[in-house]
Design a protein around this ligand. Structure first.
Ligand SMILES: C[S@@+](CC[C@H](N)C(=O)[O-])C[C@H]1O[C@@H](n2cnc3c(N)ncnc32)[C@H](O)[C@@H]1O
Length: 231
């Protein structure tokens, strides 16, 4: 369990249920499906999914910090986040959000939704402070584990060994694992993608790169799905 969350190295910024649904092609999940959102941050996916009848647990080292502190940090990083998106505007596809300002609005609405649930008296979703590559769950506790904008995106910060250990851990606790995007922060296909798939194939897992109906980073319209054959 992490002792303290370091706001210097990680910026809290979160996405919504409808964005996750597009990243991971989530249409058709039955109510009660047990979903782990790992590296969930201040995303509203967990609370919105819980409202739709899914059984969701969000995990992030960030959750060792209280809602007020997370809210203050979001306010602090807002101007920098908007400025950096504006500066790198040409590296993104704007069909979905329109403008950097509208995209910021979508993000802020998602994070407000997260903060209301996380800081509320009766949480709709479950939140747990923990960090890959070690998760405090029994084997097969979940049907599906998701990593949105953590694994593969931070390929320069986390090496192949970390990625392999992390995905093996997700496959221990869930029957099926999905990662999005497959690009790193520079917009290049993660250097770990193919070595990771090869190592997982040796372990006996099938993986597939699946095209999805979402693209914001140019070329970022694919997710990785990993499971044991016959799932
Ligand atoms: C860019 S955010 C993505 C948040 C959310 N999944 C989304 O897509 O909106 C990446 C998150 O990964 C979390 N993280 C960093 N190291 C982690 C680890 N070892 N295990 C799990 N999460 C981690 C960070 O705290 C941060 O909240």
């Amino acid at each position: 369990m992490p002792q303290a969350f370091d706001f210097k190295t990680a910026v809290p910024w979160g996405r919504s249920y409808s964005e996750y649904r597009a990243f991971f092609a989530l249409d058709g999940l039955a109510p009660g499906t047990r979903v782990l959102d790992c590296g969930a941050g201040p995303s509203s996916f967990a609370v919105e999914a819980a409202e739709r009848g899914l059984s969701v647990c969000a995990v992030d080292p960030l959750y060792s910090v209280d809602a007020a502190r997370i809210a203050r940090r979001i306010d602090e990083v807002r101007p920098t986040m908007l400025a950096s998106i504006r500066q790198a505007q040409a590296r993104f596809v704007w069909d979905h959000y329109g403008t950097p300002e509208r995209q910021e609005g979508v993000r802020l609405a998602a994070m407000q939704r997260f903060l209301a649930d996380f800081g509320g008296r009766r949480r709709r979703a479950q939140y747990l402070a923990a960090a890959l590559p070690l998760l405090p769950f029994r084997d097969r506790a979940f049907d599906l584990a998701l990593s949105s904008h953590f694994l593969l995106l931070y390929s320069k910060q986390f090496d192949l060994a970390f990625h392999l250990e992390a995905v093996r851990e997700l496959l221990r606790v869930a029957r099926s694992v999905r990662l999005f995007p497959l690009l790193d922060l520079d917009g290049q296909t993660s250097q770990h993608l193919e070595p990771l798939r090869a190592a997982l194939a040796t372990d006996g897992f099938d993986s597939a790169v699946v095209r999805v109906d979402y693209e914001f980073q140019k070329g970022g319209n694919e997710m990785l799905r990993v499971e044991r054959p016959g799932q």
